[in-house]
Design a protein around this ligand. Structure first.
Ligand SMILES: [Zn+2]
Length: 415
């Protein structure tokens, strides 16, 4: 399913393109599975993350922030200390206290929810955070982003009442659909259920799992009727604490990637005794919905690098336009155009080296830039720029203002 099985790298493998386009690197001193993101790669990550936040904005999510380590007791309560123990990075403090690097964010977010009682009027509470988790994975492929030790999740936890599950689930599903539609992708939906032959692998009772899996099946069935999204069931693919809806996308090479996920959890609320105060003033058990839209930013970025073969759409491109003066005598005018683009938050690069035009244009093409503009005598005389596109070739002359307007519109529309 993932591409770690393929040992022969093709030219569009994200490991090759990531290096060529200078998006991420690895250091032997830092260690395997610990990608270091360059300035360009960081732009890519931030654009993906920003888009998720834009989509979440209308659904009432709040940002939260947590530390990356925790006392052992948190994971004993959550069950991770037992069931997840091989993947935990443990730390002992100088006073001999046991800590762990967080392998997930849920137990921390639970502690934020549980800081005070919540009335039913305040439900659901929706927390989200983009943050790294750490898992002691067995070393897999080197230099790739699909199996890493430091994983950045665009993670969210919705704490809600049982009668709010469906509505909240469908809202997140809308976010997933809107996000992937922007890339022209339709996703396959997998209902990931428990392996009934190995009940010991999971937290919680059979009864709770039956309820949660049925709920998910009903939601998927309803979505199928309304949106014609088909789904299939996969026993054995559930999370430790509950069943999930996983979304699969195909890269241009035809490989299937698991991207977004929405998970229904009736077990951690039991273990942490989470409740809200209902209409009758009594305590009512709540449920949790875990979700990640990119899945992880490492996986999301790797998938999109391969899907686009490095030819990112304008809004996602680390460098959006390169400004190329034909000769050094054109540098001053070119610099003014470059400054104007920057003032408009367009990510531009100025290539004012004393090189010939052919080399500079080749360089823009090799770096798969969506646009470059050439500035020579003709352009300066007319007070214009000549725009060329990676995808549609020569676009002719236009004024600086027309250029800015065209680029900003395209960025906004995520074309
Ligand atoms: Zn979670």
């Amino acid at each position: 399913m993932d591409n770690e099985k393929d040992n022969v790298m093709d030219k569009n493998d994200h490991r090759i393109l990531g290096k060529e386009l200078d998006l991420f690197t690895f250091s032997e001193l830092v260690g395997p599975g610990l990608p270091l993101w360059t300035p360009k790669g960081t732009v890519l990550r931030e654009e993906l993350d920003k888009f998720v936040w834009e989509l979440r904005a209308k659904y009432g999510y709040s940002r939260v922030t947590i530390p990356h380590i925790t006392k052992r007791e948190l994971y004993e309560t959550s069950g991770h200390w037992d069931k997840f123990s091989d993947e935990l990075f443990r730390i002992t403090s100088r006073e001999g206290k046991e800590y762990a690097m967080k392998p997930m964010n849920c137990p921390h977010h639970i502690q934020i929810f549980d800081r005070k009682p919540h009335s039913y009027r305040e439900m659901p509470q929706r927390y989200a955070e983009t943050t790294m988790v750490y898992r002691d994975e067995q070393s897999g492929e080197l230099g790739g982003l699909t199996r890493v030790v430091s994983i950045t999740q665009d993670d969210s936890h919705v704490f809600c009442r049982t009668n709010q599950i469906k509505e909240e689930f469908l809202k997140i599903w809308d976010i997933v659909d809107s996000f992937y539609k922007a890339f022209g992708l339709s996703l396959k939906v997998r209902l990931s259920f428990r392996d009934t032959k190995e009940p010991g692998k999971y937290l919680g009772t059979k009864e709770i799992w039956d309820v949660a899996e049925n709920e998910l099946r009903n939601i998927a069935e309803e979505r199928k009727k309304e949106h014609k999204t088909d789904y299939f069931e996969a026993p054995g693919e559930a999370a430790l604490y509950g069943p999930k809806l996983d979304f699969m996308a195909k890269s241009s090479a035809g490989r299937e990637w698991q991207v977004a996920t929405i998970q229904l959890d009736m077990n951690l609320p039991e273990r942490f005794n989470l409740s809200c105060i209902n209409e009758r003033g009594g305590k009512e058990r709540i449920v949790m919905i875990h979700s990640a839209i990119n899945g992880s930013l490492e996986r999301g970025a790797a998938f999109l690098i391969e899907y686009y073969e490095g030819n990112f759409p304008l809004w996602l491109s680390p460098v959006q336009v390169k400004v190329i003066p034909v000769r050094t005598s054109h540098n001053e005018y070119a610099k003014r155009v470059f400054e104007l683009l920057k003032e408009n938050n367009i990510r531009a690069e100025l290539d004012d080296a004393d090189e010939n035009l052919g080399k500079k244009v080749r360089d823009a093409k090799t770096n798969k830039m969506p646009y470059w503009i050439v500035i020579g005598d003709k352009e300066i005389e007319a007070g214009k720029v000549t725009l060329e596109s990676r995808d549609s070739g020569q676009l002719g002359q236009m004024t600086k203002e027309e250029l800015v307007k065209k680029l900003l519109e395209e960025i906004k529309d995520k074309k």
